[in-house]
Each structure stands twice: as C-alpha cells, then as structure tokens.
Design a protein around this ligand. Structure first.
Ligand SMILES: NC(=O)C1=CN([C@@H]2O[C@H](COP(=O)(O)OP(=O)(O)OC[C@H]3O[C@@H](n4cnc5c(N)ncnc54)[C@H](O)[C@@H]3O)[C@@H](O)[C@H]2O)C=CC1
Ligand SMILES: O=C(O)[C@@H]1CCC=N1
Length: 261
C-alpha cells in the first residue's frame, strides 16, 4: 500500500508531490503517481524517486488519492477508476470550480475533500483552501498533511471559488506585479536582472513585515510615505491608474470564472 497516490503530474501535481516529500515528511517510497502523458510521468518518477503506475493501481494501492487533472478531464480520468474506490479511501480533488456534489455523482464511496492550493506549495509556502464533504475523524490527519504544502484555511465549499480567485490565481497577479516593478526599474536605468532581484525582495520583505507585525497594510503604507516625499507621488500614480480597482476586479472576475468551470 502507498500513503498517497497522485493522478495528474502537471504543474500543480508536481507542486503537491514535491511539497509532500520535502515539507510534509512523506517518504517518496510512500507515493505512487500516474499521468496520461508517460513522458511526464517518467520525468516525475525519476526526479522525485516515487513509484509510477497505471491509474487503476494508483487507486487500488493508495490510502489518499489526489486528483490533479484539468476540470475538462474530470470525466475521462474518473471513468476507469470510479468503481475501484473503497469506503475508507480519501479522494482529494484539486480541480478549480468542480463541486464535491459533482464528484460524488461519479464516485460514491471515498470521502471527497476539495482543496484549492497554489503553486508556492512547491516550496511549502502555498495557501491551501479546503472543504470536506462531511465531518470526519480523518479531518485533522488530512489538514496536517496539507500543512506541509503551506497555510491551510478550512472554508465552506462555496468560498473555495473566492480562494481560487484570490490565492489560487494570485501568484500570477504577483508575478505580473513584480515584473512590472522590475520593468519600471529598467525604464529608470537598472539592468533587468538586478531590478528583478530588487523587486522580488521588495515584495517578499513587505509581505513578511505585514505578516510578522500583524499591522493593517494602510498603517505600514503610511510609515513608508514621507510628507511630500517620493512614495506619495508614486502612490498617487497608482490611484490615478486605478490600481486597487484593477486588483479587486481581478479577484472578482477570477472568482466568477471559477464558478463557471
Ligand atoms: N496551476 C495552478 O496554479 C493551480 C491549478 N489547480 C488545479 O489543478 C489542476 C491541474 O492544473 P495544472 O497542474 O496547472 O494542469 P497541467 O495541465 O499542468 O497538468 C494536468 C496533468 O494531468 C494529466 N492528465 C490529463 N488527463 C489525465 C488522465 N485522464 N489521467 C491521468 N493524467 C491526466 C496531464 O497529462 C497533465 O500532466 C486543475 O484542475 C486546476 O484547476 C488548482 C490550483 C492552482
Ligand atoms: O487558472 C486556473 O484555472 C487554475 C486555478 C487556479 C490557478 N490556476
């Protein structure tokens, strides 16, 4: 038996496998993986020293099965395995927008848990939203496992769409912001590689300061802004270009999209 099986070893599947091994303390020999793309499966097997197997064996041999395919591949991926699950197994779905109810309509037996992680799970710094099909004595064990991937927030299932629009998609917004900061630096004369390092550390440092002090962001913003200084001039530009409006709309629109998937 394996502790964990992973079906779908793309970007998020790899993040989960790496996070489980390097941060959650799951031994690589306790993990079995499958991907319809055998090249990808072999790459993951070699890189992380996990077992590779056909999809049916992954279900037959794992206590906990992570399903990490795209929402469009839900039906196909579950078709050949839906009758294999047993009552005491756990199926953790990572699929954005796909409701527990829909998964239960295909597979009846396992306890279905829905999570919404993000790619920083790759380094144990993710955000993981989680909803359980029902209360279970296995809840703490599952939460402890997920803690290896990052900070875990248990929410009502309908709020997982918001988690998707905020932290699931969020790294992409932050990467875009960091790239834009760096390009600003380039425009004003810094080489891109230096500007990128400076922009990245600025975002990391600001996020850590916020987290460690527990202050409201507006309080910390005011500590940076000297009267008639540089920062208020920069902030005014962001206001004029509707920066906050754009960010709020990004989360809103991505949340709505998650509900549509
Ligand atoms: N990439 C991200 O930041 C996040 C993704 N997710 C969710 O994770 C899921 C996967 O996303 P990504 O990893 O980005 O996609 P991806 O396209 O990188 O990986 C999906 C993998 O599933 C494999 N696959 C497809 N059909 C299969 C089948 N029938 N059996 C076995 N393997 C199969 C594909 O070959 C591919 O390697 C999606 O449902 C997405 O909503 C959730 C949170 C964040
Ligand atoms: O873009 C997507 O649909 C997935 C869900 C959250 C992050 N990536």
């Amino acid at each position: 038996m394996f502790k964990v099986g992973v079906i779908g070893c793309g970007n998020m599947g790899e993040a989960i496998i790496k996070g489980l091994i390097e941060k959650a303390g799951i031994n690589s020999t306790s993990i079995v993986v499958n991907d319809i793309n055998k090249e990808r499966q072999n790459y993951i097997v070699e890189k992380y020293n996990v077992a590779g197997s056909d999809i049916r064996k992954v279900v037959n041999l794992s206590e906990i099965v992570f399903l990490v395919v795209k929402p469009k591949d839900l039906q196909d991926s579950l078709e050949s395995i839906k009758d294999l699950f047993k009552e005491n197994q756990i199926l953790i779905s990572v699929l954005a927008g796909v409701k527990i109810e829909k998964i239960k309509s295909i597979v009846e037996k396992p306890l279905v848990v829905r999570i919404m992680p993000n790619t920083p799970a790759l380094i144990g710094e993710g955000v993981i939203g989680v909803s359980f099909e029902k209360d279970t004595e296995k809840k703490q064990e599952i939460i402890d496992l997920l803690k290896g991937l990052g900070e875990v927030f248990e929410v009502k299932e309908e709020l997982l769409d918001v988690i998707t629009g905020l932290s699931g998609s969020g790294p992409a917004y932050v990467f875009t912001f960091i790239d834009a900061l760096a390009q600003g630096g380039v425009k004003m004369g810094l080489p891109y590689q230096d500007a990128l390092k400076i922009a990245t550390q600025t975002v990391l440092g600001a996020a850590k300061l916020l987290k460690e002090t527990g202050e409201h962001p507006a309080v910390l913003r005011d500590t940076v802004s000297s009267p008639a200084g540089t920062t208020i001039y920069g902030l005014h530009e962001l206001e004029k270009k509707n920066f906050k409006d754009a960010v709020i709309s990004a989360v809103e629109t991505a949340t709505k999209r998650s509900k549509e998937l």
